[in-house]
Design a protein around this ligand. Structure first.
Ligand code: SF4
Length: 168
């Protein structure tokens, strides 16, 4: 399988979410959160499409890539900075480096927080990123869907009903 940025992010959020998503159970289109994210992408960052390139490479899709400065701009609708965001972007940087782009950077932008986080490429991250990739493949290929995690984030997850209502 080809590991994507979404797989890496979900690995850091919930293994069950990762498994459901990767096994073709997708409910994101019904999620208000996703609609909200799209709205932010379409309004706050409307002019970005003119400035930056959309880049698809090795299974990842970067919406806003500044090729001149070798910089990824990743927009997050979240109102808090999360480890999953950093992991996803580090994976993007990893893929770029593996495809011959030297010293890329990423900027994670949080419009709601009016905050930006710079993520520089660090070769020392490679073993950890490759471990994430192995973990994703192991979880996704399992016959068993991981258990629900009963966490606060579940309430805003698109799989909430599947995890806590439909199984009753
Ligand atoms: S509702 Fe909770 S347990 Fe279910 S997939 Fe989402 S985060 Fe995971």
């Amino acid at each position: 399988m080809q590991v994507t940025g979404t797989h890496i992010a979900y690995l850091h959020i919930c293994h069950r979410k990762l498994w459901l998503f990767a096994n073709g159970i997708q409910m994101e289109h019904t999620s208000e959160t996703v609609s909200e994210g799209k709205l932010i992408a379409e309004t706050t960052y409307l002019d970005r499409a003119r400035k930056y390139t959309e880049l698809s490479i090795d299974g990842i899709k970067i919406d806003f890539y500044d090729a001149g400065n070798k910089t990824i701009h990743e927009v997050k609708k979240s109102d808090k900075v999360e480890q999953a965001h950093f992991a996803q972007v580090k994976y993007y940087l990893y893929v770029l480096v593996r495809n011959g782009i030297d010293g890329p950077e990423a900027i994670i932008e949080y419009p709601k927080l009016k905050q930006r986080e710079l993520v520089a490429w660090n070769e020392d991250d490679v073993p950890e990123i490759e471990r994430w990739m192995r973990d994703v493949k192991e979880i996704v290929s399992s016959d068993q869907c991981p258990a629900a995690i009963n966490a606060r984030i579940c309430k805003s997850c698109s799989y909430y009903e599947l995890c806590y209502v439909e199984e009753v």
